[in-house]
Ligand binder design. Structure first.
Ligand code: KIV
Ligand code: NA
Length: 277
């Protein structure tokens, strides 16, 4: 089986093939996604909201990301694994940034790291790339900046902010990023950015003209996700299946319909007689 690399992803853009990416936060999901043939698995800091129950990604730590990255990489053979650097882990001294990067890649096994931001983090991206780390950018709606952006809103709707996103994308490419996530921006703007870059863009709420797409796993399968933005398409209703299964289990425990003999272990009757005395 041929492993996906940054070179594969670049080639996919050149050949007009689309990159399929999904988040995963644990071993079984990563294994299912990998076996289904996903190209890129993102250990997104969305895990803070999706599986840890926080109200934003601001609370997620490097330790959290490391814990989940380890679980994911154990389940992956073919896909390219990208891990998010969490809030404030790449804005202090470069030594601190490098320490976080080292933990996520050397201990966690991530193949690449994703950082939110444009021109303001281009220098950091450049230094990480010089250190040999493949970096994925992330612009548009950047959830770590939710309190600055004033909520989860579509970005780049006027000339100035659209112009800034184009400049951000170019700065990240210049800095050596191998790909950029475009989140929640108008489809025609995402198309324009994708055309102006040689590196692949991955869209989420950014239209069909990006070089790839990403969705949060729990949104995609509708596994009790609290968020349901316009760009999410539900490919299953797994949450209602789980609720139904749990409801049936609870009912059968109460009525003693579970476990039947089929699910129980037997023992020689004489042994039990002796135990009863
Ligand atoms: O954390 C995440 O899941 C992400 C994607 C939605 C791009 O950053
Ligand atoms: Na993220």
């Amino acid at each position: 089986m041929k492993q996906v690399t940054t070179a594969t992803l670049k080639q996919m853009k050149q050949e007009n093939g689309k990159i399929a990416m999904v988040t995963a936060y644990d071993f079984p999901t990563a294994k299912l996604a990998d076996e289904a043939g996903i190209d890129v698995i993102l250990v997104g800091d969305s895990l803070g909201m999706v599986v840890l129950g926080y109200d934003s990604t601001v609370h997620v730590t490097v330790q959290d990301m490391l814990h989940h990255t380890k679980a994911v990489t154990r389940g992956v053979e073919r896909a390219f694994v990208v891990t998010d650097m969490p809030f404030l882990s790449y804005h202090g001294s470069f030594d601190r940034t490098l320490d976080a990067a080292s933990r996520l890649m050397q201990e966690g096994g991530a193949h690449a790291l994703k950082l939110e931001g444009g021109q303001e983090i281009a220098h950091t991206v450049e230094r990480l790339v010089l250190a040999g780390i493949p970096v994925m950018g992330h612009i548009g709606l950047t959830p770590q900046a939710v309190h600055q952006l004033g909520g989860y809103k579509v970005q780049g709707k006027d000339v100035a902010s659209a112009q800034k996103l184009i400049e951000d994308a170019k700065a990240l490419e210049q800095a050596g990023a191998f790909s950029i996530v475009l989140e929640c921006i108008p489809a025609p703007l995402a198309k324009l950015i994708s055309e102006q870059l040689t590196i692949p863009t991955i869209g989420i709420g950014a239209g069909v003209e990006c070089d790839g797409q990403v969705l949060v796993f729990h949104d995609l399968v509708q596994y009790k996700s609290s968020l349901n933005p316009k760009f999410v398409k539900a490919y299953s209703e797994i949450g209602s299946f789980i609720s139904e299964a749990l409801g049936n289990y609870i009912k059968e425990v109460k009525t003693k319909d579970f476990p039947t003999e089929e699910y129980s272990f037997s023992i020689n009757e004489e042994v039990i007689e002796q135990l009863y005395g």
